[in-house]
Ligand binder design. Structure first.
Ligand SMILES: C[S@@+](CC[C@H](N)C(=O)[O-])C[C@H]1O[C@@H](n2cnc3c(N)ncnc32)[C@H](O)[C@@H]1O
Length: 534
């Protein structure tokens, strides 16, 4: 799951406020048909837009009636109440404007007190703008002073001469590795820069990375040409970044030099970079959603539906696997202290506590996941949960407790040495719950496409027997919502080896449940392993 910028806008706008969406075209963020009170402004009427986009194979039925064709005039004149608009949304519009400063001024004058502007802007590092330098405020000022209503020769040349592709596509995301190529040519750039007539021809006139954009906005405010300040900013996800502006913003403006240097650094790398550390103030009443949004875009799981919070998509609260575990344990869970490995966002932690656990100590190594656990703890009021940041392998090596129950869900197949993990677990508990992927000859025979992710198997002599371990490199999949382990090549165990190993470790009562031979990543199962002492 990644942050959904459009969902953030929908939540912020809501259906009770009124606003404008510029250039919504076939991908409206706030469609009137969904109940949003949106005035649609575009460069052409709906019929013309449908005719324009039909050949592109997009869903033109999503194009809504256009309420006003943009003539560069006062936006406030389009507001029958005269009170101003609560929101103005422009997604992938700003970079096309002939005179962005004029646009910002018009928007600013049209906002109601407290009104917000939401911009989604392409990041040059992930689009066909890749081979162009970032635009400067100086260039924007030149367009402003000449009152451009058509793109000037410089913009036209740069766009049509330097259009780039990567791996054969025009837009890509972080981590893409395809080869770069020019799609534009000098002669095409020159032809368009010098074309006769005054018809509007579109182009990306303005090119940004997140920090180059922020620097321009900060300088515009410093000059006094635009009074808008940053309310919220999210660095790039996919090919775009998110900026929320308002006249009322009292957020401290970042130091220009920091922004300029960050823009240079961004231009020198393909990485989106970390969000620049800037004090960020939330100006709305405290709420659980604010807490969740503090790590917006990182959430893997959803919160319980009754809380009506926007986070991730996976349903892990009240997970049936944990409820099954609680049923199996009967009166052995209530009142007990539980150790949980890899809580991710604390959903299972909450479920264990709801099932009666006296306390849960949960060890999470991923720093961002740990912070999400802390937010979950606050949001759900989990007073009896304690989250610790660190490697549970190191913890298990050092720990001297006997745990009435250890829950290790979704972690064994992320281990480099799962046998060592099992040994340590067996030392610390008589009751172990595992949910894990395994290699299973019957469920995933040779030739099954899921085996393509496995490297050549390794044999390990363990307690006098050969055990097969299957290296399964993560490859290039790490993202902010990655929920695997810390080493590049974990090992998966064979199902029969795993069950045998548990027996060797003294677990004489082993139940298997939730077998999922067809899971997209590989066979998976729950195991409740108990050691009953005579
Ligand atoms: C696939 S998620 C499982 C989350 C949850 N337990 C579940 O079953 O839905 C694996 C979690 O284990 C964490 N993890 C992996 N290796 C770890 C380690 N050595 N120490 C602590 N946490 C680890 C990851 O950061 C991630 O949050």
């Amino acid at each position: 799951m990644t942050v959904d910028f459009r969902q953030i806008i929908r939540i912020a706008a809501g259906k009770h406020s009124r606003g404008i969406e510029f250039g919504a075209s076939y991908a409206p963020i706030l469609p009137k048909s969904d109940g949003y009170q949106t005035l649609v402004i575009d460069h052409a009427d709906a019929e013309t837009l449908r005719a324009k986009y039909r050949p592109h194979g997009v869903d033109v039925s999503r194009i809504e009636e256009v309420d006003a064709i943009d003539d560069g005039g006062e936006l406030l004149a389009l507001d029958p109440t005269g009170q101003g608009f609560d929101f103005i949304v422009a997604s992938h519009v700003f970079e096309h404007l002939t005179d962005p400063i004029h646009f910002l001024q018009r928007c600013e004058r049209a906002l109601s007190p407290g009104g917000r502007i939401f911009l989604l802007v392409p990041d040059r590092r992930f689009t066909f703008d890749y081979l162009r330098p970032c635009s400067s405020l100086g260039q924007m000022l030149a367009a402003y002073f000449s009152g451009d209503t058509r793109h000037n020769a410089a913009s036209m040349y740069d766009h049509y001469a330097s259009n780039a592709m990567r791996g054969g596509v025009q837009v890509w995301t972080q981590g893409s590795t395809g080869d770069f190529a020019f799609a534009g040519t000098p002669s095409e750039g020159y032809r368009l820069a010098t074309r006769p007539g005054s018809d509007y021809v579109d182009c990306h006139a303005w090119v940004f990375t997140p920090s180059s954009f922020r620097l321009i906005m900060a300088d515009l405010r410093a000059i006094g040409l635009v009074g808008l300040g940053e309310e919220r900013f999210y660095p790039s996800i996919g090919c775009e970044f998110f900026v929320e502006l308002s006249s009322a913003s009292a957020n401290p403006v970042q130091d220009r030099l920091t922004l300029a240097l960050a823009a240079l650094a961004e231009s020198a790398t393909e990485d989106s970079g970390q969000p620049i550390a800037v004090p960020h103030y939330i100006r709305t009443a405290p709420s659980n959603q604010n807490a969740v949004d503090a790590l917006a875009g990182q959430w893997v799981g959803a919160f319980p539906a009754e809380l009506d919070l926007q986070a991730g998509a996976a349903h892990l609260h009240g997970d049936l696997r944990i409820q099954w575990l609680a049923e199996q344990l009967g009166d052995r869970l209530p009142g007990q202290h539980v150790l949980e490995l890899g809580p991710l966002e604390g959903a299972h932690t909450a479920t264990l506590l709801a099932a009666g656990a006296r306390s849960v100590l949960a060890i999470e190594a991923n720093r961002d996941a740990f912070l999400r656990c802390l937010i979950t703890k606050e949001v759900l009021g989990l007073r009896d949960a304690s989250f610790r940041l660190g490697d549970f392998m190191v913890f298990l090596e050092q720990d001297a407790n006997d745990w009435p129950l250890i829950v290790a869900s979704g972690v064994l197949y992320h281990m480099v040495d799962p046998l060592r993990t099992l040994e340590l677990l067996a030392k610390r508990t008589d009751r172990l719950y595992l949910w894990t992927h395994v290699v299973d000859e019957a469920a995933m025979p040779v030739g099954d496409p899921r085996r393509a992710h496995l490297a050549a198997p390794e044999r390990r002599n363990w307690l006098g027997r050969d055990v097969t371990l299957h290296p399964r490199p993560y490859g290039d999949v790490k993202s902010s919502t990655f929920c695997g382990g810390m080493d590049a090549v974990p090992r998966w165990m064979d199902k029969h080896d795993l069950l045998w190993a548990l027996g060797q470790l003294g677990f004489n009562n082993v139940i298997v449940a939730h077998e999922a031979p067809d899971d997209q990543h590989g066979p998976a199962l729950s195991i409740l392993a108990r050691r009953t002492r005579a």
